[in-house]
Design a binder for this molecule. Sequence first.
Ligand code: PGA
Length: 284
Amino acid sequence: MEVIIKKNYEEMSRYAAELIAGQIRKNPRLVLGLATGATPVGTYKELIRMHREEGLDFSQVITFNLDEYLGVGIDLSKPYHLDQSYARFMHEELFAHINVKPENIHIPDGLAPDPEEFCRQYEEAIREAGGIDLQVLGIGRDGHWAFNEPGSSLASRTRVQALTKETLDDNYASFYRQAGIAREEMPHFAITMGIGTILEARSILMLANGKKKAKVVAQALEGPVTSQVTASAIQLFSGKATIVLDEEAASELKNIEYYRHVEKLQAELAAGRRGKRVPEGVAG
Ligand code: PGA
């Protein structure tokens, strides 16, 4: 694990966008896993800027989103505030502003007539695309990755999940209240990639910002691996994991000095001031 601590949300977002853009430049056919929520919005804005100003090319990129509310689908005939689907969110916050091909976009279909069969096909589609190269993730206040709420198996696959009260509260406050939708009317179930699905990605980019994430970030990165904090599965991840935090979200980490030390060493290595080889254990 490589933990990068940035001063604020803007710097976190720029760093994350740079990392994603670097992967796309290296591999234009990148299979990119994407997340919704307030956290990645700044990263998506920066990717849009890079597309417009620097020609960052998404024409061959394949995307897979983590989750979608059950019973909800994109409805572009509705004004934004009345369509709270994640499909709509992705359209507004990223896809409409870059040159990703519509046929390369995958988002769980909250209106699928047979959600279980849909989940099976979603897993199949990920496999057919060759697996996810880079998965972007946030973390919920209850420790979830995607909608893998506490108690989800750390080996779980794409499936339907009931949402916790905490998740409903957070998502109501962030998205539904503004739409004038009653809390009881917001969806209480979602289709989500499983933790087992996420752990098969080749690399992970996890983002968190703000004081309200500090406790759960420390639990996920430094606490026990437990299904009660499904993001703690990052400790079982065998690929390259990069965690980018702002100072507030990092504020309860015990090993913060070590993470900063490693970050400095990495910068020196990149600048060629410490030989050419990245020593084992430093790369994370
Ligand atoms: P947020 O949600 O980005 O809106 O805080 C994160 C998550 O639930 O994964």
